[in-house]
Design a binder for this molecule. Structure first.
Ligand SMILES: *[C@@H]1O[C@H](CO)[C@@H](O)[C@H](O)[C@H]1NC(C)=O
Ligand SMILES: *[C@@H]1O[C@H](CO)[C@@H](O)[C@H](O)[C@H]1NC(C)=O
Ligand SMILES: *[C@@H]1O[C@H](CO)[C@@H](O)[C@H](O)[C@H]1NC(C)=O
Length: 483
């Protein structure tokens, strides 16, 4: 009897504790920038402070967006992480009835992995009846539909007007948020998506993006998006893996002919085949289509010699270009044809492709970069070329998803950054053809093929200014800034 009362008292105390703690747990300081990956385990790692909002799930991010009025930047990646972690959902949980509101009007929106096309209507509608099914099967589909609660939701939604309950997640999002101030839009990871989904984006987004100036996309679906934005609205375009030929690229770029100042157009290297690169004539056509270009990033290929003709076409046909970046392939033809390491092939003799033979030639190293920059800077027509970046190999984010076979390219990269020396007399003189152009380069060269170390980044130090400060990989952009 004596103990009979204590459990309720304990329960009361717990309840009190929850009532006191709960508001503290949901209280957070509204951010102006959201930059998060879902699933995220951001507490307390990543320097998260107690009053920072939780942003590790889609529901978390949705709650923050629903409450905070001053978010200028939303960067979100939804993904599978490692072997077992996945997001709680692939979309924000908007109310199908249309009551959701996001009070912010962001200027920067960057999304990766978001499932715009999802439609709750598709999920809850009655199972399709097909003649081939057994009666018992059909009955069990319907029973399942009813027991799972989808039938109830479907019935509930039928009271909304037709166009409301058929809305996709993207439709609900554009109803909930003001898109009209977005200046920068990034939609990556779209290579896997089909044209139906692309059509949805292309039909909904362009009219709502009057302020858009900078677009970064990947995948061939983006053709229609780029062409349906208002003419001459884009200043910056980055388009990865477009699967366009040089000629179709020119047609698409015409839409932003007078506005475009920077263009990145490239495809990450794979071992499957040599990637397409523009010919000198195609380079000249691109230049004619976008004559105001100041920054250009392109793929060029080496085939035993440097692509001098292509480089010359670039520097003689873009008069306003001051900053050039070229991506080069890392693997040689014999490396491409060798069987992958995870799938050894009987009878294949690895000695047919080893050491330096595995790499595209000529090798990208400090001396080569200096020589090439001297060459192009000396030929430049119009404004002088201020800087040039060389990047070879694998520049993708290291794989962090489920099951994956490593490939020879993974993590192998070389780069060099060259700038015109500001102060004559500094850096090396008489490089290239024009002895007046002084250049400085810095770089890091992943070309070590010694047998003892399977893979190590090599450094090359030349007597001109060289600024790699430690043994780790340094961000080339940082080095560029220090030069
Ligand atoms: C790239 O384009 C070619 C021809 O236009 C087409 O056959 C191929 O399927 C496309 N590849 C991708 C990944 O879209
Ligand atoms: C490499 O390509 C250039 C043109 O881009 C050509 O002139 C040269 O003959 C090619 N070299 C080899 C070894 O194929
Ligand atoms: C030149 O282009 C590179 C690569 O796109 C970029 O990292 C760099 O910041 C640019 N330089 C300037 C001065 O804008």
């Amino acid at each position: 009897m004596k103990h009979a009362r204590s459990p309720p008292r304990l329960g009361f105390l717990l309840l009190l504790l929850i009532v006191l703690i709960a508001p503290a747990a949901v209280a957070f300081k509204c951010p102006t920038v959201i930059d998060t990956t879902v699933p995220g385990t951001d507490w307390p790692r990543n320097g998260r402070q107690p009053d920072d909002p939780p942003l590790g799930t889609m529901v978390d991010v949705h709650n923050v967006l629903s409450r905070c009025p001053d978010i200028t930047t939303l960067k979100l990646r939804v993904t599978l992480l490692g072997c077992s972690e996945g997001p709680d959902r692939w979309t924000f949980p908007f109310d199908q009835a249309g009551s959701s509101r996001y009070p912010s009007s962001p200027e920067v929106l960057s999304l990766e992995g978001y499932h715009f096309h999802e439609s709750q209507w598709e999920e809850v509608r009655p199972p399709p009846f097909s003649r081939g099914d057994w009666l018992l099967d059909s009955i069990s589909y319907y029973l399942n539909w009813i027991i799972s609660g989808r039938a109830w939701m479907w019935a509930k939604w039928n009271i909304f007007p037709d166009e409301q309950w058929r809305k996709t997640n993207l439709d609900l999002w554009v109803d909930a948020m003001d898109f009209s101030r977005i200046r920068e839009l990034t939609l990556s990871d779209w290579m896997k998506h089909d044209n139906e989904r692309a059509k949805l984006l292309v039909s909904r987004l362009p009219p709502r993006l009057p302020a858009l100036r900078s677009l970064a996309v990947s995948g061939s679906w983006a053709t229609d998006l780029i062409s349906s934005l208002p003419d001459n609205s884009l200043r910056h375009l980055s388009w990865i893996s477009s699967n366009q030929t040089g000629d179709s690229l020119v047609d698409i770029l015409q839409h932003h002919s007078t506005s475009l100042e920077s263009l990145e157009w490239r495809t990450p290297e794979t071992l499957a085949r040599v990637r397409e690169a523009l010919s000198p004539d195609q380079i000249r056509s691109v230049a004619a289509a976008v004559p105001s270009l100041k920054h250009l990033t392109l793929d060029l290929n080496r085939n035993g010699t440097w692509p001098f003709a292509e480089l010359e076409a670039i520097v003689t046909s873009f008069p306003r270009l001051t900053n050039l970046t070229v991506y080069l392939e890392m693997a040689s033809e014999c490396r491409r044809q060798a069987p992958p390491d995870y799938q050894p092939q009987r009878g294949y003799d690895h000695r047919t492709c080893e050491g330096p033979d595995e790499f595209a030639q000529p090798l990208l190293d400090a001396e080569a970069a200096e020589e090439l920059f001297g060459f192009v800077a000396g030929k430049k027509v119009g404004e002088g070329l201020e800087e040039m970046h060389f990047r070879a190999g694998d520049w993708l984010r290291p794989w962090d998803g489920p099951l994956y076979f490593q490939d020879w390219l993974d993590g192998r990269k070389s780069w060099a950054t060259c700038r015109r020396a500001r102060d004559l007399g500094k850096g090396s003189s008489d490089s290239g053809r024009d002895a007046r152009i002084n250049v400085e380069c810095a770089g890091e060269y992943g070309l070590d093929w010694s047998d003892s170390a399977p893979w190590e980044l090599g450094h090359e130090e030349i007597d001109w200014e060289y600024l790699v400060e430690n043994d780790g990989l340094v961000d080339p952009d940082d080095v560029g800034n220090k030069l």
